[in-house]
Design a protein. Structure first.
Length: 154
């Protein structure tokens, strides 16, 4: 597996990966449609935010991106194509994007996690620091707010 910095031309492919990964949790299509803005990566986003792509023989299989470098560093995206989940790619992507965050001087990163992904972040050493209510339309979803250390373990 290879990690490369995304280029603006990757935007459509990364958007496809984010949608496929989110669908993996079995959400209704109307929810996926409502979340489209959060699942869409634009060329402009890639130009302005550090975005790392995991590739298998040049084929993108996942990506991660950081935002808010000015105030609070946040992991805005971390998605792995369903066919490639469970092989350590999510962890490896996190480690790659952590290098970028550390190089910018940060020691931790905030994640507003999908509830299904919280266990993954806890495996990476995250701690829960709060909750955020999502879906004001009335589905009553509560998202864990996590903080993950960027320093290498050990
Ligand atoms: C969450 C996600 C990024 C994990 O990627 P992955 O490549 O499958 O994860 P890895 O194989 O690197 O797993 C690393 C460790 O976390 C564990 N893990 C992975 N997903 C987990 C989950 N959903 N719940 C609990 N533990 C999980 C693995 O068992 C592994 O444990 P280990 O340390 O004992 O080996 C991926 O499942 C995904 O893209 N999910 C859908 C989209 C999503 O919700 N992304 C997060 C947005 S906040």
């Amino acid at each position: 597996m290879q990690f490369t910095r995304a280029v603006p031309d990757d935007a459509a492919e990364l958007t496809r990966i984010a949608h496929a990964a989110k669908r993996h949790w079995g959400y209704p299509e109307e929810w996926i449609a409502r979340w489209a803005p959060a699942l869409t990566v634009t060329p402009e986003f890639i130009r302005t935010n550090p975005t790392v792509v995991a590739r298998m023989e040049t084929e993108p299989v996942g990506f991660a991106a950081l935002t808010g470098l000015g105030r609070q560093l946040r992991l805005e995206h971390l998605w792995v194509l369903p066919a490639f989940m469970g092989r350590g790619i999510g962890r490896a992507l996190f480690q790659e994007i952590a290098l970028v965050g550390r190089a910018a001087g940060w020691s931790s990163v905030q994640v507003i996690s999908d509830p299904h992904a919280e266990g993954f972040y806890l495996r990476l050493g995250a701690r829960r620091v709060g909750e955020q209510i999502s879906d004001p339309e009335g589905h009553g979803r509560t998202l864990p707010v996590l903080l993950v250390n960027l320093r290498p373990a050990g």
